[in-house]
Design a protein around this ligand. Structure first.
Ligand code: BES
Ligand code: MN
Ligand code: ZN
Length: 502
């Protein structure tokens, strides 16, 4: 993708396809009038026929057939100018690309970046447009050997049109930033989509190692023996039903001052969640290969932060395990001793995420982080509460939660808060151990967070339950069915804000 100066009308661009944005019911701009005239009122006719009004999600494919230099023009709806945000631009760009999936294009020019939006500066507009165009191009086809599956191609060059050399310089910088962001998102999607037979805890550790190698980060991998010496009984308990060795993965990125406290990111890395002895039903169990989406978000964000050279210190921690039923697995009723010393009564072996996170969150204390954010596909109850349109956020620090919500709105990966009042803690008190690992059906997403809260005392902490947002069961303009890469855009935006402040 490149930035290209457009000195005349975008309609003069010679390209295989030109993408133009259209505001709802606003066809009287000089550009659209010119287009309509050149194409014998095609636009007016399409509007009158109810085929295209410029609403969000609408597109119209035009073939000028020689009357204009562009071989194709895709109009993409933006909604009303007043309500048009960077988020709308991102969606409009992604939707337009979606229209062209089957076309073999060498070149594509996108004029969305030329539009003036009242409250959105050029840098944000460029970023949103580039994000939309790039995110929509994601495919996970490495296991499809047939020709058919690979027929979709993306254009060799995509140009974003801008007005001046100064804008071109700015656009080139923002495109480069966006590429680094998208690399992190695609890494996260790839990791989530990777099947369980390939994706062992060791596989995740290997991925972390190669991120560290590329970016010069520190990487530490602790295997079973070390975890035992450390006393991570909760993590080891979950892992003991699987034939695969568990690992605790730590990445450290130093973009800030040597003595500066890091922001800690902790991601649930259950490479497959069969439920253990409390076995899950067969239906859709395949989707539980996504139970490491929190880990994927942490690894993707660490990669992006390093590529962007964000001036901040970060530590990323991933407990990587597999939750399987077997003769060596933990049983309902077992009691585990966590790294913190607190004992846990295991009432349901399928509530495994909170147990591995308990030890990871205790471990992260030794880095004396200024803030801790954990991401986890933690509860089905979160999907019942919010569906697939928002990540739940809970924690012990309102300012941190507010900052994350702001990043969520800006990045398009929205968060919605759930309360974490003391009363919920009653539900996880055990009569035989310090706590139990389930609080029953009421407020399941909250009692899971309350459980984590037992291990984050003294730290500024927020918990993101991404159970509903990490996986898409149908394609959307943003990408195909499967892993969404949720968390990378959100956290990158958050960390950018944090590094501006410090
Ligand atoms: N990984 C699941 C949660 C989940 C469910 C994520 C569906 C994404 C989609 C988690 O480990 C789990 O099994 N949670 C249980 C907890 C219960 C046993 C207290 C749940 O939500 O049912
Ligand atoms: Mn589970
Ligand atoms: Zn799980």
């Amino acid at each position: 993708m490149q930035a290209k100066i457009c000195r005349t009308s975008p309609l003069k661009q010679k390209t295989d396809c030109l993408i133009l944005g259209v505001f709802e019911k606003d066809f009287s701009t000089p550009l659209l009038k010119e287009l309509d005239t050149q194409l014998q009122n095609t636009l007016t006719k399409a509007r009158r026929a109810g085929e295209f009004a410029g609403k969000p999600g609408e597109t119209l494919l035009l073939r000028p057939l020689g009357t204009l230099p562009a071989a194709r023009i895709v109009l993409t709806g933006l909604g009303t100018r007043r309500n048009c945000t960077a988020g709308q631009l991102r969606k409009a760009a992604a939707t337009a690309i979606g229209q062209l999936r089957k076309s073999k294009l060498r070149t594509l020019s996108c004029a969305l970046s030329l539009l003036d939006l009242p409250n959105t500066p050029l840098a944000d507009r460029i970023r949103a447009t580039a994000e939309g165009l790039l995110l929509a191009g994601y495919r996970f086809d490495r296991y499809q050997t047939g020709e058919d599956a690979r027929q979709e191609t993306s254009p060799e060059t995509i140009s974003l049109l801008v007005n001046t050399p100064a804008e071109q310089t700015l656009a080139a910088r923002e495109i480069a930033n966006t590429r680094n962001l998208v690399r992190g998102v695609f890494l996260a999607r790839d990791l989530v989509n990777e099947p369980g037979n390939i994706k062992s805890p060791a596989f995740l550790a290997e991925q972390a190692r190669s991120i560290a190698e590329e970016t010069g980060m520190r990487c530490e991998i602790m295997g079973r023996d070390t975890l035992r010496e450390e006393g991570m009984g909760a993590l080891l308990g979950v892992a003991q039903g699987s034939a695969r060795e568990p690992f605790l993965i730590t990445l450290e990125y130093q973009g800030g001052g040597a003595g500066e406290a890091p922001v800690a990111l902790v991601g649930k890395g259950v490479v497959f969640d069969a439920g253990g002895i409390s076995l899950k039903p067969a239906e859709k169990m395949d989707e539980m290969k996504m139970d490491m989406a929190g880990a994927a978000a942490v690894l993707g964000t660490m990669l992006t932060a390093a590529l962007l050279e964000l001036p901040i210190n970060l530590v990323g921690v991933v407990p990587a395990v597999e939750n399987m039923p077997s003769g060596t697995a933990i049983r309902p009723g077992d009691i585990l001793t966590s790294l913190s010393g607190q004992t846990i009564e295991v009432l349901n072996t399928d509530a495994e995420g909170r147990m591995i996170l308990a030890d990871a969150l205790t471990y992260v204390k030794r880095f004396e982080p200024r803030q801790v954010i954990d991401l986890a596909t933690l509860t089905g109850a979160c999907i019942i509460a919010l569906g697939h349109h928002a990540t739940a956020v809970l924690g012990n620090d309102e300012r941190l939660i507010e900052a994350l919500r702001k990043a969520g709105d800006q990045s398009g990966e929205r968060l919605w808060p759930l309360p974490l009042w003391d009363e919920y803690d009653e539900q996880i008190k055990s009569s035989v151990a310090d706590i139990k690992n389930t609080g029953g059906r009421p407020a399941g997403a909250i009692t899971a967070a309350a459980f984590l809260g037992r291990f984050t005392k003294g730290m500024q902490w927020a918990h993101l339950d991404v159970a509903g947002t990490a996986w898409r069961s149908a394609a959307s303009p943003d990408g195909p069915a499967g892993g969404t890469g949720v968390g990378v855009r959100l956290l990158t935006d958050f960390l950018r804000q944090q590094s501006l402040r410090s």
